[in-house]
Write a protein that binds this ligand. Structure first.
Ligand code: DQA
Length: 143
């Protein structure tokens, strides 16, 4: 099983950026946690601050991995481009947000990209990525 974890703009600052909202653990720690929890999975990780690079990665994912965990970050609230890229995929995608976006500013309640995902997880911190992985790897567990 191959899973790709894609993080969007500003998530390279996770762990240092607004720690009261996003916590103190960064993408390195996320990668360590996922690899430790599921050592048999063929993990790949990608982060970009650029919308087009994220589209390229989503297009690459089809045919290269079996599922995607995606945090589109701020682009979730605005990007028809990312939504269209997601709608073209046949592999399952779980959208994750570290923070509870629905309980924050009004503009964060619009989640355009989530329409292209199988499921949406928010507010669990980094554990949200683990919940997403669990769903993709053991779908019957959440049935
Ligand atoms: C975020 C929430 C977004 O609203 C924000 O723009 C981010 C991070 C989250 O993981 O909580 O950059 O996607």
């Amino acid at each position: 099983m191959r899973l790709d974890v894609i993080n969007g703009p500003n998530l390279n600052g996770l762990g240092r950026r607004e720690p009261e909202i996003y916590g103190t653990q960064g993408l390195d720690e996320l990668e360590r946690r996922l690899r430790a929890a599921w050592p048999a999975v063929e993990w790949s990780f990608f982060q970009s601050n650029h919308e087009g690079a994220l589209v390229d990665r989503l297009q690459w994912a089809e045919g290269h991995v079996d599922g995607l965990i995606l945090n589109p970050a701020g682009l979730s609230h605005t990007s028809v481009v990312l939504l269209d890229a997601l709608l073209a995929l046949s592999i399952p995608v779980v959208e994750v947000h570290v923070s509870h976006v629905l309980a924050r500013e009004e503009f964060r309640r619009t989640l355009l990209t989530a329409r292209g995902a199988r499921a949406l997880i928010c507010g669990l911190g980094l554990a949200g990525y683990e919940a997403a992985a669990r769903h993709l790897l053991e779908p019957e567990a959440g049935a």
